[in-house]
Design a protein around this ligand. Structure first.
Ligand code: FCB
Length: 469
């Protein structure tokens, strides 16, 4: 028995059928932004606006996945992945965000999903990973209720075209980021700093999720949230209140809405806005039954209500306002843990905490970890990337998944973020999250040590599974 086998047996042995995945998103990898009649997205506009992205980087070419998808699926097959989570670019499929569908855009995702299935890799399709068609932003973006209805229309069109190709559909990736980084802090596209509109946007993103679930009537559909473990810096009343607030806006605002059809009262009363945008029936729509909850997890926040700390967990690379609408006074303090290249504290116990909490506090719902991973400063060394820190990060978090499963959490899969190095939003190409190294000049792909290790864990786990078909 090799060391790897011992390791798998000892620690990282998962139930048969566990989804072994990796994740990406359209704007971060595809490139080809003007090809085949694709429309303009808010990220195309945002990246071309000076001062928004480090070094003025944009994703016009990104890692050229639009042209290299076959090679990339080949890499997934080499890794032994059983599932791949990607997103559809809304402006590629429906260039103006309403009306006419662009068949060439849909064709790309048909080719991609065919390729995946020919390698027995289950396609997990995300409908929205932040690239709103610019024309919809021009009409008000997510703070405009109509955008939610446009999203449901788009979702129905994608579902109709791809329902026989896709394993699981999911709606909105990380609505917290889309609303609060897009419309309050301005760190993400469209870069607005309008706290009250961010809240409206958050509600409309939730509504868009529910309307899409209903419109697709899909065999398997999920919603996606990014959850953080949140700890008060001390047990003072003001720190406990800070933790309640940040946990409320980051986690409960979305979990409660999607899974119980209510917004938490305490969070609503923290918000500096008249709650006049929730229409009758909205909460029932938002909590339309789903088959799986996709949980993205990266880190833990330690927060304080005392003045003088940092305004966010990791300073944004650009000039931004606070995303914490109504709780701008809360500060984020150093929890004393090692950090990744993003400055995010590494804490796998937070993953156990949030998974067991969802299982305990909400109606039963199968879950997957739909994103988890870390940026580090990688170095190419004689054709290898010895990214031991990333491997250790993934190993620790897989251990956390195992622990959660043993505690009774219905966890059905894990998707590493990311399959490949790519365009990391406001940070441009400066932060590498990939299991696979990409040379951004030549587009050459190279498996990092973490990828080789991950594939070995997958191989050991899948060895005893019935052959995929
Ligand atoms: C998540 C995003 C993903 C990636 C990772 C690092 O918030 O969903 O696109 O940027 O963070």
């Amino acid at each position: 028995m090799t060391t790897q086998e011992e390791q798998t047996r000892a620690g990282l042995r998962f139930p048969a059928g566990f989804a072994w995945g990796a994740a990406t998103s359209a704007y971060q990898i595809e490139g080809a932004v003007t090809e085949d009649a694709r429309g303009t997205s808010i990220w195309d506009t945002f990246t071309k606006t000076p001062g928004r992205v480090v070094n003025g980087h944009h994703a016009d070419v990104a890692i050229d996945h639009y042209h290299r998808y076959r090679e990339d699926v080949g890499i997934m097959a080499e890794l032994g992945l059983s599932a791949y989570r990607f997103s559809v670019s809304w402006p590629r499929v429906q260039p103006s965000g309403s009306g006419k569908i662009n068949p060439k855009g849909l064709d790309f995702y048909k080719r991609l999903t065919d390729e995946l299935r020919s390698h027995a890799i289950d396609p997990w399709l995300t409908l929205y990973h932040w690239d709103l068609p610019q024309e919809l932003e021009d009409k008000g973006g997510w703070p405009n209720r109509d955008t939610a209805y446009r999203f449901a229309e788009y979702a129905a069109a994608v579902h109709e075209a791809l329902k026989d190709h896709v394993h699981t559909f999911s709606t909105v990736n990380e609505p917290w980021c889309a609303a609060f980084l897009g419309y309050a802090s301005g760190e993400h596209a469209p870069g607005r700093r309008e706290p009250q509109n961010a809240i409206r946007g958050a509600h409309h993103l939730n509504l868009a999720h529910g309307l899409a679930v209903q419109a697709m009537d899909a065999r398997r559909v999920g919603g996606c949230v990014n959850l953080y473990a949140v700890t008060p810096a001390t047990d003072s009343a003001e720190d406990l209140d800070a933790a309640r607030r940040i946990d409320g806006l980051q986690n409960r605002f979305f979990l409660d809405a999607l899974l119980t059809g209510r917004y938490p009262e305490d969070v609503l009363s923290d918000l500096p806005v008249e709650i006049d945008f929730i229409e009758p029936g909205d909460m029932k729509t938002i909590s339309a039954p789903i088959d799986v909850l996709l949980v993205n997890y990266y880190s833990r926040f330690t927060v304080s209500g005392a003045p003088g700390g940092k305004a966010s967990a990791a300073a944004a690379p650009t000039d931004t306002a606070s995303p914490w609408v109504g709780s701008e006074h809360v500060s984020f303090v150093n929890g004393g843990r090692p950090v990744t290249a993003m400055g995010w504290e590494i804490d796998e116990s937070g993953l156990v905490e949030i998974l067991t909490r969802v299982a305990r506090d909400y109606p039963p719902i199968p879950m997957v970890v739909s994103e988890n991973g870390a940026a580090f400063d990688d170095h190419l060394d004689d054709g290898r990337v010895h990214d031991r820190e990333r491997q250790a990060y993934v190993e620790a978090h897989l251990g956390a998944c195992k622990e959660a499963i043993e505690a009774g959490v219905p966890l059905e899969g894990y998707f590493a973020w990311s399959l490949m190095d790519n365009f990391e939003w406001a940070w441009g190409y400066g932060k590498r999250f990939g299991l696979v190294h990409v040379d951004f000049e030549t587009q050459e792909r190279l498996l990092k040590d973490s990828a080789l290790w991950y594939s070995e864990i997958i191989r050991q786990n899948r060895r005893h599974e019935p052959t995929d078909s």
